[in-house]
Unconditional design. Structure first.
Length: 138
């Protein structure tokens, strides 16, 4: 189903929000990393391929991207990246440790960065679900 065409205004607002996050001044690599992890958790093949390619364009090596599913067990990611990945999983899976991870996020990032990262994760969950339920299978 071509949901983007069917509901241009509504879906357009979602993509406009995505562009807003990407131009907010936050590190785009962190945002793309979170979006790829969310897409992996949700099983959106299209979004996984899109964000993996995006990370390669940002300079992340394929070897590091390939380690993303096991991010907790590797030193391939720095402290901030691991914290963003933990936040992405906590939001996507609605873990009970949301308060703890939010506190850790606020120790490493400004309130604006936390809001932008959180909005990105939440929006990616919505976009994944739209693509999985209404989009064409690639």
């Amino acid at each position: 189903m071509n949901y983007k065409e069917i509901s241009q205004e509504t879906i357009g607002f979602l993509y406009k929000s995505h562009r807003s996050i990407r131009t907010s001044g936050i590190d785009e690599t962190l945002v793309a990393l979170a979006e790829l992890r969310v897409s992996q958790l949700n099983g959106c093949a299209y979004c996984c391929a899109f964000h993996a390619e995006e990370l390669r364009r940002f300079g992340m090596s394929l070897q590091v991207i390939d380690k993303l599913p096991g991010w907790k067990l590797t030193n391939a990611f720095n402290q901030k990246q691991k914290l963003v990945l933990q936040w992405a999983e906590a939001i996507t899976l609605l873990h009970n440790d949301l308060d703890t991870v939010r506190t850790q996020m606020l120790q490493q990032f400004s309130e604006k960065e936390v809001v932008e990262i959180t909005a990105s994760i939440s929006l990616m969950n919505a976009l994944n679900r739209l693509r999985i339920t209404l989009g064409d299978v690639d």
